[in-house]
Design a protein around this ligand. Structure first.
Ligand SMILES: [Zn+2]
Length: 167
């Protein structure tokens, strides 16, 4: 146990000193991250706070929204798969991504019907439908009815909630 604590401390120090945490480093310290395990996660916000980068925590667990045109994927058209940045759940394929002028990465359908779940959001005196990760229930973004065919849906996501791997 002591050895694990020292190792975790070491990882934290290395990440802290390099300034920008790579996805790999974040995944190493997050024991819930898996691209193969589809078991539902029930992890407290208190625990997520210890594991996640503060910017990701703010979006994923506190429903913050990153500023439009600032995320790393809004403008990307690289072929590949988008996973949940919190838990590794497979969320979207690049072939469902479309060029949206809204400034956030936008998709017309999820990778699997249970990749995401939906929740009513009545914040800011308007009704929107929030999209959460189907495995860890982290906030991803919102869904709107102005997307392209065939679904006419627009899954408007925060880049920081996504973890991309090119084909
Ligand atoms: Zn997730």
């Amino acid at each position: 146990m002591k050895a694990i604590m020292i190792w975790l401390f070491f990882i934290t120090m290395v990440c802290g000193s390099c300034g920008a945490q790579s996805g790999r480093a974040v995944q190493q310290k997050n024991p819930y991250y898996s691209r193969t395990d589809t078991t539902q996660l029930r992890v407290s916000d208190k625990e997520w706070k210890k594991l996640l980068d503060p910017q990701l925590y703010a979006v994923a667990r506190e429903q913050a929204t990153e500023a439009a045109f600032t995320g790393k994927y809004w403008n990307s058209n690289v072929k590949g798969t988008y996973y949940c940045a919190v838990c590794g759940n497979r969320l979207f394929r690049s072939n469902a991504k479309f060029a949206s002028t809204c400034g956030w990465p936008s998709f017309f359908e999820p990778a699997r019907s249970n990749s995401v779940v939906y929740k009513d959001d009545n914040a800011y005196q308007m009704h929107r439908i929030e999209v959460e990760c189907g495995r860890c229930h982290s906030h991803l973004g919102h869904i709107f009815d102005d997307g392209p065919p065939p679904t006419h849906k627009r899954y408007c996501m925060n880049s920081i909630s996504l973890d991309f791997e090119a084909d």
